[in-house]
Design a protein around this ligand. Structure first.
Ligand SMILES: [Zn+2]
Ligand SMILES: [Zn+2]
Length: 198
């Protein structure tokens, strides 16, 4: 009788597992039963939490601190919510929270988030603030002429700067033999020369 009960229990657990598996995102867990067990040991059960977030972009050197909501699943931060946008597993691989509710996440593009959970979901957060800051950051490294990336301290990307430098200020034609600082293309210069000769 006891064995039958045990088998039923195992079957129940297995069926719950397979249901969960379908709804959960793909990850590198190999041991499902361990995960199932851990759910009852977690300090931060699956939910949305308020967090103190330090943001740092090593490309621009920009950093700031925000209050943001984060989603926790299987004791890992799987989503950082902004105002209308968010970051999730398409931008980073989720990180496990330590017993104090802290984890550090590095996005695939190198930007870093240090997350400290401070309590249950907050209704006032800095979602707008971080969205604006990131937009400014993107603008600072996006060439306004072609939309591709540029260095923050340059006005344009190297390609566009080159085109601008080698475009004649009089006739507007591109001349590969112009140098930065030259105003006129060789045609226009020649024209001037001929005018002088007259
Ligand atoms: Zn450009
Ligand atoms: Zn010209």
């Amino acid at each position: 009788m006891r064995i039958i009960r045990l088998i039923l229990l195992i079957l129940l657990v297995v069926s719950i597992q397979s249901c969960k598996k379908k709804t959960s995102r793909s990850n590198n867990y190999s041991n499902d039963s361990e995960r199932y067990y851990n759910e009852y040991e977690e300090a931060y059960p699956d939910d949305t939490y308020c967090a103190d977030v330090d943001y740092y972009n090593p490309d621009t050197g920009f950093s700031n601190n925000y209050t943001l909501n984060v989603d926790v699943e299987y004791n890992e931060v799987i989503r950082i919510s902004f105002s209308s946008g968010w970051l999730d597993s398409s931008e980073f691989s989720s990180e496990e929270l330590d017993e104090d509710g802290y984890c550090s996440i590095t996005l695939y593009d190198g930007r870093e988030f240090e997350i400290q959970i401070t309590g249950s979901e907050c209704s006032f957060d800095d979602g707008y603030q971080i969205e604006n800051d990131i937009q400014d950051e993107i603008a600072a490294v996006t060439c306004p002429r072609c939309g591709f990336s540029k260095y923050e301290y340059d006005d344009y990307c190297d390609d566009c700067q080159d085109r601008i430098d080698k475009t004649c200020s009089r006739c507007g034609q591109y001349d590969a033999f112009m140098f930065a600082g030259d105003e006129l293309c060789s045609d226009c210069e020649e024209e001037d020369q001929e005018d002088d000769d007259w």
